[in-house]
Design a protein around this ligand. Sequence first.
Ligand code: FMN
Length: 243
Amino acid sequence: MKTVFINGSPKKKLSASGYFLDVQCFFTRGNKVKENLRNKSDHERILNTIADADTVVFCLPLYVDGVPSHVLSFMKEMELFCTERKLQLNVYVISNSGFIEGNQSRVLFQVFENFCKRSGVHWCGGIGVGGGVMLNVLRIVFLIQIGILLLNFVLSGVHNGNWLPIDALINFATQALMIIFFNLGVFWYTFRMGMAIKKGNSCGKKYTRIMIPSFVFILFADIFFIIISLFQGGIFRGWLSKK
Ligand SMILES: Cc1cc2nc3c(=O)[nH]c(=O)nc-3n(C[C@H](O)[C@H](O)[C@H](O)COP(=O)(O)O)c2cc1C
């Protein structure tokens, strides 16, 4: 069984869609192919990849309560491609938004449902993830924490001869558990989508979010966006990308 995962974020690196795609990929069995859809030059390659696929999973950001325009233009071509070849695909969607409410993605799901009807493929449901930016930042923070933990091991080993500092380990484990907790909704629904993909069933429309109270989210989102505005919009990505 072949599943094609399409990352619909225009970002080259460290996109939230890429993160959710990796999580979904982890929970999906069978032959898995990942594709990036950023512009027109990707269309032909992706269409050829889905020609012999059983399932397509779109992971994409929510733009202005809808589908990003570069994904829409791909969907137009895919509609023709599927109808001409009478493809029997199962289509799933994972949409992530900046706002905390996962149900911001409901209009986007409607667009995909209509697209599936017109293309003659099977709409199998989706997951709307609220607070996608924050969950993505947390996974980057998690990677940094792993780096800090390893550095702690080395420093403690070199200075005190203790290569396994328990304090650092407990600190890391606490923070890792918190990040896992914030992601619980995403893990649960992607696990269920993985089961649905395996059986070829619909997983329905599910909405989840980062697992923190909204008033805490707003506070941290405000601080975060003030800081990234000082870095002209790209705090992690901006540092890593070529200027
Ligand atoms: C042009 C644009 C429009 C957006 N519109 C919305 C929106 O309507 N609602 C929302 O919650 N987030 C909105 N966002 C935020 C993105 O959905 C959010 O940053 C997402 O995590 C980006 O995913 P990515 O890293 O995979 O590209 C918008 C972002 C951009 C750049």
